[in-house]
Design a protein around this ligand. Structure first.
Ligand SMILES: Nc1nc2c(c(=O)[nH]1)N[C@H]1C(S)=C(S)[C@@H](COP(=O)(O)O)O[C@H]1N2
Ligand SMILES: [Mo]
Length: 331
């Protein structure tokens, strides 16, 4: 069946984000205009009346759900950081495209319980409805996958809203998948089908792209590794020597962050910052007070999660963030 009511509004890869980068992220909940926006093949616009998602594959009861069906089901809200893994063509380059938002939608687990997954199933394939070209590949769909265990966890939603407002077209509306705790690439926008299967999805977005090469083999880009950014001070704002300076920012990861350290000397020495707790999978605020001496200083932050995992210095998407600041003598 060909789908009605679909229109590509822009073609090709696109990234949009705040001009000041992470220094714009001053609010606990990121306003949509400060939240990065990413697409590989372009932006799709879907007539909400025409939208539906097929649930098929290894299920007892294949089904098709329309927008009104989801709207009639119980919904939940979930607060989560939302982070892009960066370019799949440069997977070790930190991009720090991140925000913290509140999603609202129908738990995917509720839908899967209705469809009744067969015992032989192990993965869910989730596909977007857009088409186009990315990295020289044409005619491929944006298809991702997740193990059944994650798909059944309470935080995974077919989302209809972000921060209390319906998802707009560029955000993946009327309905997108959100996989809190996992990199943004897994949160399929403009979702059109969910196929239950007994193997990983075969397309380029789960094979060629979004697999990290590790010493023990390739690892899907799923769980978000611990990461922290300094929001303030902003490198463009000169600091005065002797004034107390609050170094603060956000730390996040699939697992809760239990410690953040700050360095004011380019990583030679580290001091413990205070770290707030988290709600659902929100990011967590840290802060550290410093009396800066005159000169150039390289500030850094690094965090550790509940599993004891910390951040690499370089050469990783979650490499330690640094900000260089200029401190002058007050006159
Ligand atoms: N259908 C579809 N979903 C997609 C993508 C895409 O290209 N097509 N890009 C993914 C990537 S890489 C990211 S980081 C997030 C971005 O979501 P956002 O634009 O709401 O920030 O969407 C993901 N979902
Ligand atoms: Mo991304």
């Amino acid at each position: 069946m060909t789908r009605q009511g679909l229109r590509m509004t822009r073609e090709g890869f696109s990234y949009r984000g705040p001009a000041r980068g992470v220094h714009a992220l001053e609010k606990w909940i990121t306003d949509e205009e400060d939240l990065f926006l990413v697409t590989h093949m372009g932006f799709l616009e879907i007539n909400p009346q025409d939208w539906y998602v097929d649930i098929d594959g290894l299920v007892e009861r294949p089904m098709t759900l329309r927008l009104a069906d989801l709207q009639a089901m119980p919904q939940r809200e979930y607060m989560s950081f939302h982070e892009c893994a960066g370019s799949p063509l440069a997977p070790t380059e930190p991009k720090r495209r991140v925000g913290n938002v509140v999603w609202k939608g129908v738990p995917l687990a509720d839908i899967l319980r209705l469809a009744r997954i067969q015992a032989s199933a192990s993965y869910l394939w989730t596909s977007g409805l857009e088409w186009g070209e990315y990295a020289g590949l044409r005619g491929e769909i944006f298809q991702k996958d997740l193990p059944i265990g994650k798909a059944m966890s309470e935080e995974v939603l077919l989302a209809l809203e972000i921060n209390g407002k319906p998802l707009n077209a560029d955000r993946g509306g009327p309905v997108r998948l959100v996989v809190p705790g996992w990199y943004g690439t897994n949160s399929v926008k403009w979702i059109g089908s969910i196929t239950v299967a007994d193997a990983r999805a075969p397309g380029p977005y789960t094979t060629l792209f979004y697999n990290d090469v590790t010493p023990t083999g390739t690892k899907p880009v799923w769980e978000v590794a611990p990461e922290a950014v300094i929001v303030a001070p902003d490198p463009d704002v000169p600091l005065m020597a002797g004034n107390a300076c609050r170094i603060w920012g956000w730390a996040w990861g699939d697992h809760a962050i239990v410690a953040v350290e700050v360095s004011v000397d380019g990583g030679e020495t580290w001091s413990e910052a205070t770290v707030a707790g988290r709600i659902d999978r929100s990011w967590q605020r840290f802060e550290f007070f410093w009396r800066p001496p005159v000169g150039e200083h390289l500030l850094m932050c690094r965090c550790t999660d509940a599993n004891g995992e910390t951040q690499p210095g370089t050469n990783a998407r979650n490499a330690i963030h640094q900000v260089s600041v200029h401190v002058t003598q007050p006159d």
